[in-house]
Design a binder for this molecule. Structure first.
Ligand code: ZN
Length: 151
């Protein structure tokens, strides 16, 4: 027998697929000197880029391994959000980033669904992306990043 509640829910969420795929996983680390060689060994590939995002007080290092992308995050100042995260939780997974087609539309959709968007205007992130973050209090403790490639 058809479960109409499930059918309705699946129709609602498959009309469009705005959260296309996981774009990368962000990992907070204490030191690039230690962690870049470690992830190069782990993934058997070179770090293809490091980039500072001064506005966030963070340095980023990127690895691409097949379809999978990892971003390491190192704090550049003691009052950066990454420094605070490391102080509170230690090294580990910091956020999950989703690739979206239209970040402005996604921000509006997620706001309407009741999520708290930390920056309602997308900002320039690392690796040629526009980014926005959802507050982890509304997403089971996981910081969610939306990313859209800058054309
Ligand atoms: Zn990220």
């Amino acid at each position: 027998m058809l479960n109409f509640k499930v059918l309705y829910a699946s129709l609602r969420y498959t009309k469009t697929n705005p959260m296309k795929k996981i774009e990368h996983i962000g990992i907070a680390v204490n030191s690039f000197d230690v962690s870049i060689p470690l992830f190069e060994k782990l993934l058997n590939t070179h770090c293809y880029k490091t980039e500072e995002v001064a506005s966030e007080g963070v340095k980023t290092a990127f690895f691409q391994n097949g379809p999978n992308k990892i971003e390491l995050l190192e704090a550049t100042s003691p009052d950066s959000p990454i420094a605070k995260f490391l102080e509170k939780k230690g090294e580990g997974i910091h956020h999950i980033a989703f690739d979206v087609e239209d970040i402005v539309a996604e921000i509006a959709r997620l706001k309407a669904e009741g999520f708290t968007v930390l920056n309602e205007v997308p900002k320039k992130g690392a690796d040629n992306k526009l980014v926005a973050f959802l507050h982890p209090k509304g997403t089971n403790g996981v910081l969610i990043e939306l990313t859209q490639e800058i054309a």
